[in-house]
Design a protein around this ligand. Structure first.
Ligand code: PSU
Ligand code: MN
Length: 302
């Protein structure tokens, strides 16, 4: 497959040649999800975690209008530190390319690019989903509709607890996205181990997840994504009482400051990091690293 609009980093290009397992990684968590300067350290740690677990990391983003699969250290450094990095969903990719923009890709855009690049497994923190109040704002992440049509396995800790988790699960059902818990039948709530809802399916190990991917390929019936929902151990979650208080303040802040659209998620995440004095940041990082490790082991099992 030759796609001249996608440039591959050297390590990723070599992995494609040799057939080594690859794990796609998004860049929006680096540019918009985590505060500087720790975002850069974390980006490196995510890649190191994937390597340690036996796969090759492919961090995806846009540099000067070009889609890059396997950003170099310098490119990640740039996306982590520049104020001119645009948050790119799928619909933004072509306009941003024509404008020669530097951009960070969301779950939706990263998944779409990963599939175009032949990468089967993707690790992130938490998916976007249905926002609270979506009945009137219609604010639902394009992550959901993207995953409805993309054959990719996404390892995440459920959806961010800042969202309407129940409504998001309903939409995932409607959109035909497979959801399995990793060693659990409860849907995780990102900062929280338990997001409050049951799941129909679970797997015990990476081989179990790989078996689902192989079955989907063999059947060639279902064309959407598989979400592997990997909860934090209860001892590592954010204190639920603290979580609920900070969330209530954050939601009030949205209203007060008139924050809407694509700024909502970054606003709430940075509110959490400030209001918990970094505790939510530590939890967020743990989530991403655990998901990177699991995604690499699933990719290797495939
Ligand atoms: N999960 C995190 N941090 C993030 C995001 C997810 O832990 O920053 C990002 C992802 O890139 C996701 C995006 O795709 O937020 C969703 O944004 P929106 O709600 O505007 O679609
Ligand atoms: Mn939105």
């Amino acid at each position: 497959m030759i796609n001249h609009a996608i440039r591959f980093g050297a390590e990723v290009a070599a992995a494609r040649e040799s057939g080594a397992p690859l794990v796609a990684l998004e860049s929006t968590i680096i540019s918009h999800g985590l505060p500087r300067p720790s975002n850069l350290t974390v980006a490196k740690e995510i890649e190191a975690t994937v390597r340690a677990a036996g796969a090759v990391p492919a961090t995806i983003g846009m540099i000067g209008g070009e889609i890059v699969v396997g950003l170099s250290d310098e490119e990640i450094h740039h996306l982590a530190g520049s104020d001119d990095v645009v948050k790119l969903s799928v619909r933004d990719l072509a306009p941003a390319a024509a404008a020669r923009a530097d951009g960070a890709t969301t779950v939706a855009a990263t998944s779409a690019i990963a599939v175009a690049a032949g990468i089967a497994v993707f690790a992130t923190g938490g998916l976007g989903g249905v926002h609270r109040g979506a009945a009137t704002t219609f604010d639902e992440s394009a992550d959901l509709t993207a995953l409805s049509r993309l054959p990719i396995t996404v390892v995440c800790a459920g959806v961010k607890s800042i969202l309407d988790v129940g409504a998001t699960l309903e939409r995932l059902e409607t959109l035909g996205v497979s959801v399995v818990g990793y060693q659990t039948r409860r849907f995780p709530g990102f900062y929280l181990t338990d997001g409050g809802f049951d799941l129909d399916w679970s797997v015990d190990d990476p081989a179990g997840a790989a078996a689902i991917v192989r079955a989907a390929r063999a059947q060639a019936v279902h064309t959407g994504a598989l979400i592997v929902a990997n909860p934090l151990p209860a001892g590592e979650q954010l204190d639920p009482g603290l979580h609920d208080r900070v969330l209530a303040d954050g939601l009030a802040g949205l209203e007060r400051d008139g924050v809407t659209g694509k700024d909502v998620t970054p606003f709430l995440l940075s509110h959490f990091h400030a209001a918990t004095e970094g505790r939510s940041l530590d939890v967020n990082v743990r989530i991403i690293l655990r998901n990177a490790d699991l995604a690499a082991r699933i990719a290797a099992a495939l």
